[in-house]
Design a protein around this ligand. Structure first.
Ligand SMILES: Nc1ncnc2c1ncn2[C@@H]1O[C@H](COP(=O)(O)OP(=O)(O)OP(=O)(O)O)[C@@H](O)[C@H]1O
Ligand SMILES: [Mg+2]
Length: 264
């Protein structure tokens, strides 16, 4: 499960603008904004795919289409041979911006993911396990607005991971986390992926995250985005791009591709 094929995918947004012409009234014109341009990709079941690209190029749009929240203008996304046209309960999406339900506490938000577990003791243990994992013990009864940005991100990650989904789609899941929590959550996601082997798609701006975590790295170019690089990363974990020469080379190539000539 989790075999994804993207065929000739295009997406354009149509913006309806109103212009004041003369006394006889307003006229409309439609402005088309092409965002994704002929995207063809294939992800193997259990692959961890990291997607990089300049801001505004269409990464979130691509993820929303793969998750079934948005439809392409043309082309298709197949999951295990079936066209994806709407969101599936087997796939979990971690939003770039706040995805917690504001009227629910941390506990209740995470509980949503395991609401079908009948054994109450097991359910409570699982929720507590994930709350501990993201170090939110003591904040179980807090509402999202009572948490810092980083704590909200951690609660969101726990909410997604507790579901143990077929496919996990994460849109910049580590943004807003402090450095140490970022490192810890990164390690947690890598371990979880090695252990469970589920397909994970992750958008990131952090090249090292992609090189350390990914089985595959995909780079999108400026809007309208095309695939600039689609590379399998066959390196054992744990990885350190600063010491493995091949990863170091790829790191510099990606920096260059993203318009930075001096890799930091
Ligand atoms: N619903 C929409 N209607 C019109 N235009 C949209 C819509 N959603 C996104 N866009 C446009 O599509 C382009 C890509 O947006 P998207 O959010 O996919 O970028 P991104 O690569 O995720 O950027 P970032 O790295 O900043 O998150 C942008 O130019 C944006 O303005
Ligand atoms: Mg985005």
């Amino acid at each position: 499960m989790g075999h994804i094929v993207i065929n000739n995918l295009n997406k354009e947004f149509v913006e309806r603008r109103q212009i004041q012409r003369n006394k006889s009234g307003a006229a409309h014109f439609d402005q088309t904004i092409p965002v994704l341009d002929d995207i063809n990709l294939e992800f193997q079941p259990g692959e961890m795919v990291c997607v990089l690209g300049p801001s505004g190029c269409g990464k979130s749009t691509l993820m929303r289409i793969i998750a079934g929240f948005d439809r392409p203008s043309s082309g298709q996304v197949l999951q295990d041979g079936k066209e994806l046209t709407s969101p599936s309960p087997d796939n979990i999406f971690v939003y770039q911006h706040n995805g917690l339900l504001p009227w629910m506490t941390v506990w209740q938000n995470i509980e949503l993911g395991v609401r079908h577990t009948e054994d109450l003791t097991q359910k409570e243990e699982t929720i507590q396990e994930y709350i501990d994992m993201v170090e939110l013990e003591g904040f179980e009864n807090h509402y999202p607005h009572q948490l810092s940005g980083g704590m909200q991100r951690r609660a969101e990650l726990a909410r997604a991971l507790v579901v143990n989904p077929e496919m996990l789609i994460m849109d910049e899941p580590f943004s807003g986390l402090d450095f140490l929590t970022h490192m810890k959550m990164r390690e947690e996601v890598v371990n979880m992926h090695l252990f469970l082997g589920k397909t994970i798609l992750m958008v990131t701006h952090n090249i090292d995250d992609a090189l350390i975590m990914g089985d595959r790295v995909v780079i999108l170019g400026d809007r309208p985005a095309r695939v600039k690089l689609d590379r399998k990363l066959d390196f054992p974990h744990p990885r350190d791009p600063k010491t493995a020469p091949e990863l170091q080379e790829l790191r510099e190539e990606i920096f260059f591709m993203l318009g930075v000539s001096y890799a930091v």
